[in-house]
Design a protein. Structure first.
Length: 503
């Protein structure tokens, strides 16, 4: 984005229209700005700025030059160059000046000479170092622009529109495929809703702007403006924003017919996760060994007149069952009320983590959705406890469908593999009988396999040879099988283990 002082808009007819750069003349201005930085390598910032000031006099609008320069400077490296550390030079020179009592030029030269003696530097080095750390004295050491003139112009137009959106109270985007746009919006952590357009022309995504929040934050405003990149990247779009223009409400309309595009170079890294709360929750949940798979940004849910995309879904591995999970963060009273209405209109299993500061946990619970209050971060245990409740019900249902006796075809099969084949959790097999198999550890084995294996094993056999014999029969639980056959492993230094009869 640009800074607010560089915003160029037209308010003709009561509207609010960014004054986009276009045409050969503006492209030439972009070229000359890039040239000013490229030619200024090795010069001080004040010299580069002087060249830009000269360019402003020839340009149709000085703000256009400064806007281009604001973007170009992101690729410019400035550094302090001084023979003596400026802070040290000032301290020593000022002390020397007090000793000399500087009034005349000769006395100044004497003070600089004395300072030079103390710093093992020439008087000239001390003099040029005194204020070398001022911003205007920084030296342009490198300029490697990511944009050609045409791309700089495109980035300027995008940044101009983004800056205008920073004062939006609401933005409405028309699209016939809202999901990918909603996912981008959610990754930026913005307040939104999706609803059908009355004229049947697709759906409209409505975003609450930073100016509508009780506590306006720079972070939210910046993210809000960045969503424009996702909108502009579409072939067919229309955006209508309500702008708070210093207390006057104005409407800004943008569409695919405007000179807006995303440059080939991406100047700003997009937010990769919706919020720190969600990132922390997902990381901690993924570290647990559960029978649930965490899905980010699942499908659209029908919520009455609106659509919503919950933050997560939990898919149970042993049944076609999904639980949705929504985390309520940024808020306004109107947004909370709309969100509650959406929750009430859904007919799916839905968990809602609610920031305690919202004070609406009871309202959510009253709508038959499980409310999980949180402060700062969502407690994974609270969520897992609810999933365990679902799991108990699902396990009971799955167990009802299983016969009392099971006869696997394989000679050896793990309980995990058998449970997966039947689409149930391993716990559902605990009270089942296996008349053709013997349970050894967590594996079911036919007795004939164990008898044949017993014939192949003997006291004194190397553990590696025994493991090869188990592998041939599809057995991986070495300790459990050897114990069942009456063996233990004795370790002989670095030579490995050998089989011994159990005492």
């Amino acid at each position: 984005m640009l800074t607010k002082d560089l915003l160029r808009v037209s308010r003709a007819g009561g509207g609010y229209r960014p004054q986009f750069a276009s045409g050969d003349a503006d492209r030439d201005v972009a070229r000359r700005v890039l040239a000013a930085y490229r030619d200024g390598v090795g010069d001080e910032r004040r010299q580069v700025e002087a060249a830009l000031t000269d360019l402003e006099r020839d340009a149709p609008d000085f703000k256009l030059v400064r806007g281009f320069a604001k973007l170009a400077e992101r690729d410019a490296d400035f550094e302090v160059r001084a023979a003596v550390d400026p802070a040290t030079a000032r301290r020593v020179a000022f002390a020397a000046a007090e000793d000399v009592g500087v009034v005349t030029d000769d006395e100044r030269e004497a003070a600089l000479a004395a300072a030079g003696d103390r710093l093992d530097a020439t008087p000239e080095d001390v003099a040029t170092s005194l204020h070398a750390d001022r911003d205007s004295r920084a030296v342009l050491t490198e300029f490697d622009p990511r944009w050609a003139p045409a791309d700089l112009l495109a980035q300027y137009n995008l940044s101009l529109a983004q800056t205008a959106l920073f004062d939006a109270t609401e933005v409405r985007v028309r699209t016939d495929d809202p999901r990918s746009l909603v996912l981008a919006i959610k990754r930026l952590g913005l307040l939104y809703e999706v609803h059908e357009v009355e004229d049947g022309a697709g759906r409209e995504v409505v975003l609450t702007g930073p100016d509508a929040l009780f506590k306006r934050t720079r972070r939210y405003g910046t993210r809000f403006a960045r969503v424009l990149r996702s909108v502009v990247g579409r072939a067919d779009w229309r955006l209508e924003a309500t702008i708070d223009d210093r207390g006057t409400e104005r409407t800004m309309v943008l569409s695919d017919s405007d000179p807006l595009r995303v440059p080939d170079a991406d100047p700003v890294a997009e937010v990769s996760y919706d919020s720190d709360v969600e990132r922390e929750f997902a990381t901690r949940f993924a570290s647990l060994d559960l029978d649930w798979d965490l899905v980010r940004e699942p499908d659209l849910l029908d919520a009455g007149d609106y659509l919503m995309v919950p933050d997560f879904a939990f898919d149970y591995r042993y049944a076609d069952f999904r639980v949705y999970f929504e985390i309520m963060g940024f808020w306004t009273p109107e947004y909370v009320e709309k969100k509650l209405a959406q929750l009430e209109a859904t007919d799916v299993e839905l968990l809602v983590a609610i920031d305690e500061s919202l004070g609406v946990s009871e309202d959510v619970a009253a709508r038959d959705h499980r409310a999980i209050p949180y402060s700062g971060s969502v407690r994974v245990k609270d969520v897992v406890d609810v999933l365990r409740e679902f799991e108990t019900e699902l396990l009971a249902d799955a167990s009802d469908d299983l016969p009392d006796e099971l006869a696997p075809d394989a000679d050896a099969v793990t309980l995990g593999a058998l449970a997966e084949a039947h689409g149930v959790a391993v716990d559902a097999l605990e009270d089942r009988a296996f008349p053709e198999h013997e349970r050894v550890g967590r594996t079911l084995v036919r007795p004939a396999v164990l008898d044949a294996l017993a014939d192949d094993l003997e006291t004194g056999m190397a553990l590696g040879e025994a493991e090869d014999a188990l592998d041939e029969r599809g057995l991986s639980e070495t300790s459990a099988v050897l114990a069942r056959l009456g063996y233990r492993v004795e370790w002989e230094g670095l030579g490995g283990g050998v089989l011994r009869e159990k005492n």
